[in-house]
Design a protein around this ligand. Structure first.
Ligand code: NAP
Length: 256
């Protein structure tokens, strides 16, 4: 993976990555390991987690499979992770699921799925991180958000609300965590070519995909484009950055 970061910039640190069985989480877990960090990778699909695991550089990494459903369960899971593997230098929360569904068909079950893996789990991570002996002083929490949190699109009501919630969470959480110099930020991504991206466009015509790509000034993004931003926010290079949402969207929002 191409990166400007040095091979040892995360050496000595332990990083928890959710959504590491696929896409942006997987790419970021690999990059953390490439830069000397120890990674605890998480997701639901054990076969794909094993694939991620076997591609990690270095040693000392672990798998902790989990289905993230709500804040309490996520906080308990993190407590167990800490007991087993020690304090964390950072968390990259990439887990999330897409939903395109008109609001008239959006029921509590869909809200539980979309909010559970993304926003509710983020609250669980936040609560766990607020306890002593979970995140080292000066650590970093990075949450995946989306341009959908600040722009409108048909069928995206639930997903947009969950991602807007993530961006709102980081601003207040940054204030709560600042006394220990723990930084809290989100990444607002445009369309990045991952399995989620493929599912979203499954059945769309070539012309519809082309038109959507053109709505990004620089076209669709690659996983590295986001993973490098995540690494910046996890590393001490961004030691003066907190409470912010970093837009990595190939120019989608400005064009809109
Ligand atoms: N790709 C994009 O265009 C794009 C744009 C903006 C924002 N994002 C955000 O970026 C993040 C990563 O997306 P991606 O494109 O990398 O998607 P992806 O390839 O579909 O990966 C999603 C990951 O989330 C995990 N996950 C989903 N539900 C979960 C649950 N209930 N419990 C635990 N893990 C769960 C999946 O685990 P399993 O596969 O093991 O179930 C998988 O590892 C998401 O938060 C997404 O909303 C993506």
């Amino acid at each position: 993976m191409n990166t400007v970061f040095s091979k040892d910039c995360l050496a000595g640190g332990t990083y928890l990555v959710t959504g590491a069985s696929s896409g942006i989480g997987q790419g970021t877990a690999k990059l953390i390991a490439q830069c000397g960090g120890r990674v605890i990778i998480s997701g639901r699909n054990e076969a794909r987690l094993n694939e991620t695991f076997s591609s990690l550089e270095g040693t000392g990494h672990f798998i902790s499979a989990v289905d993230l459903v709500d804040a309490d369960q996520t906080a308990d899971w993190i407590k167990n992770v800490i007991t087993e593997h020690g304090m964390l230098s950072g968390v990259f929360h990439s887990a999330g699921m897409e939903l395109i569904r008109p609001i008239r068909m959006t029921k509590q079950a869909q809200l539980n799925d979309v909010f559970g893996s993304s926003l509710f789990a983020a609250f669980g991570i936040a609560r766990a991180a607020s306890q002593k002996n979970t995140i080292v002083d000066g650590g970093s929490l990075v949450f995946m958000s989306s341009v959908a949190g600040s722009t409108g699109q048909q069928g995206m009501t639930a997903y947009s609300a969950a991602k807007a919630g993530i961006d709102a969470l980081v601003r207040s959480l940054a204030c709560e965590m600042a006394s220990r110099k723990i930084r809290v930020n989100s990444i607002v991504a445009g369309a990045v070519k991952t399995a989620m991206h493929d599912r979203l466009f499954n059945g769309s015509s070539d012309s519809a995909i082309e038109e959507y790509e053109k709505s990004h000034l620089l076209g669709f993004g690659e996983i590295d484009d986001v993973s490098n931003a995540a690494l910046f926010l996890l590393s001490s290079t961004s030691r003066w950055v907190t409470g912010t949402s970093l837009v990595i969207d190939g120019g989608y929002v400005v064009k809109k």
